[in-house]
Design a protein around this ligand. Structure first.
Ligand code: 5AD
Ligand code: SF4
Length: 464
């Protein structure tokens, strides 16, 4: 009998991408195949994001559109995971009655077993709240927290059988204990739990052993990995050092870091570990001390700038990206302009910026002084225009340099390749397809707002 097939659509953060990959591999172990598209699948699983209202609305739209497929194929099974599943639980069934399964992030490990018996004529199954077993039934990580950079849109699950992806995320901890005033993550993803060190190292060695070139250690706040009082783990600095020693691992990154937990020992690894790339995502959120305090971020503008100075001392070429929220309740024009000024002062390479969005359960939800939507939109476009000029100037300063580029795939034009430099710059250049998955040396010849154009100068002789 042909195996049943599964299609996973992933919204939101890198952690959701990781969770979807993990669900895909657990389901494959149970004999499921991955479908090429939604209309070929027997089971569609939508992994959702709830960090901002807009993101949550988009996934509800997707689920509503799936009704047409369900009408065509009454045996089709539909499941929802991620933060919307956790937040809405059974209410989701009321809003989208054709759902068969709702499973919060901590319950992903239970899905393969449930899918062995679930059929379309059965009542829907709802799994929310913490997992009955701390580390999931598969013995894998507790599945898993919210993210850094605001990536959106459904994406397909990478196939984890056979060769490893060129670049992989590896979850080292889940949850968050920080309770920033605007953020729903701690309520939906639960408290911080560190994965056992040996389990992480084993997964890292496996990925590199199967040809993976780049690893990004992932967690809501990776710096607090193994913090005393945590379940599991040891300290982050020694974990990073040990992962970096895996032979054949050419590139190592980690995300996300909270600026309040950045010890000098971690700063000192930049510029010291040869495969630790010269890029750091360090969410600032706001540039005014009063707003930072109201957000509960527990660092000041001065402390953030001191940290940046230390990082650049340790690693002069370090590229920095950040997250910014505009229009937090009560944010004045002056306070907003302090955030804008920080973009110039730090000289970020790129930013992910968002309009403040009210989220259920959060402290900021109850704050007075909500900023009107049009004003938030104005602030956001001003902020983004400011950053566009900063990024462009950075890109222009790179023309004439030679960068090591990890080639991720083919570019948009025939004959073109696309990849990322160690500092995360996106580089497009003409070259042969066999370079995909390898390190190329590329002379930068042209600067664009979001990418660089290069000319192939050679391969990295030592590299993959
Ligand atoms: N409104 C707007 N942006 C938010 N983020 C988190 N919560 C909210 C919210 N309620 C942003 C933060 C965080 C990123 C992942 O999403 O900048 O770092
Ligand atoms: Fe949310 Fe703050 Fe935790 Fe990041 S550190 S997930 S912004 S509560």
């Amino acid at each position: 009998m042909p195996s049943k097939s599964l299609y996973i659509a992933t919204y939101g953060c890198q952690m959701n991408v990781y969770d979807s990959g993990r669900l895909g591999s657990l389901m494959r172990q149970k004999g499921w195949a991955m479908a090429e598209s939604q209309d070929q699948a027997d089971f569609i699983f939508v992994n959702t994001c709830s960090i901002r209202e807009k993101a949550a609305r988009r996934v509800i739209g997707h689920l509503k559109r799936l009704r047409a497929l369900k009408l065509k194929n009454p045996d089709l099974l539909l499941g929802v995971g991620g933060c919307v599943a956790e937040q809405e639980g059974r209410r989701l069934i009321e809003e989208v009655p054709w759902l068969n399964l709702v499973a919060g992030p901590a319950r992903l490990g239970e899905i393969p077993e449930i899918m062995e018996t679930l059929s379309a004529d059965m009542p829907p199954v709802v799994l929310a709240g913490p997992s009955p077993e701390a580390h999931g039934r598969d013995g894998g990580p507790p599945l898993v927290p919210m993210a850094a950079a605001g990536q959106v849109g459904p994406s397909r699950v990478p196939d984890q059988k056979g060769p490893a992806p060129i670049s992989s995320f590896l979850t080292i901890m889940s949850g968050c204990d920080n309770y920033c005033a605007y953020c729903v993550v701690p309520y939906l993803r639960g408290p911080e739990i560190s994965r056992p060190r040996e389990e992480i190292l084993e997964e890292a060695r496996d990925l590199v052993g199967r040809g993976g070139v780049e690893l990004t250690l992932l967690g809501q706040n990776v710096n607090s990995y193994g913090r005393p009082g945590h379940r599991g783990g040891e300290d982050f600095v020694s974990l990073l050092e040990e992962v970096s020693r895996i032979p054949g691992l050419w590139r190592l990154r980690f995300t996300t870091s909270h600026p309040k937990d950045f010890p000098p020992s971690l700063v000192g690894l930049f510029g010291k570990l040869p495969n630790l790339c010269e890029h750091l995502h360090l969410p600032l959120q706001a540039g005014s001390d009063r707003i930072l305090e109201a957000m509960g971020r527990r660092y000041s503008k001065t402390r953030y700038l001191e940290l940046v100075a230390c990082l650049r001392k340790s690693c002069p070429g370090l590229a920095l990206s950040t997250d910014i929220i505009v229009g937090f309740p009560g944010e004045t024009e002056e306070e907003f302009l302090e955030t804008v000024a920080m973009l110039e002062t730090v000289g970020f390479d790129s930013i992910f910026s968002f309009k403040y969005s009210d989220r259920p359960m959060t402290k900021a939800n109850l704050l007075p002084g909500k900023i009107p939507e049009e004003e938030k939109a104005r602030r956001l476009s001003f902020l983004q225009a400011t950053q566009k000029a900063i990024t462009m100037a950075k890109h222009q300063s790179m023309v004439g340099r030679t960068l090591e580029v990890l080639v991720f795939g083919l570019g948009r034009r025939p004959g073109q390749l696309s990849g990322r430099a160690r500092d995360m710059s996106l580089v497009n250049f003409d070259g042969p397809a066999w370079l995909v998955g390898r390190l190329a040396m590329v002379d930068i010849i042209e600067a664009w707002p979001v990418s660089l154009i290069g000319r192939l100068a050679g391969t990295n002789g030592d590299g993959p």
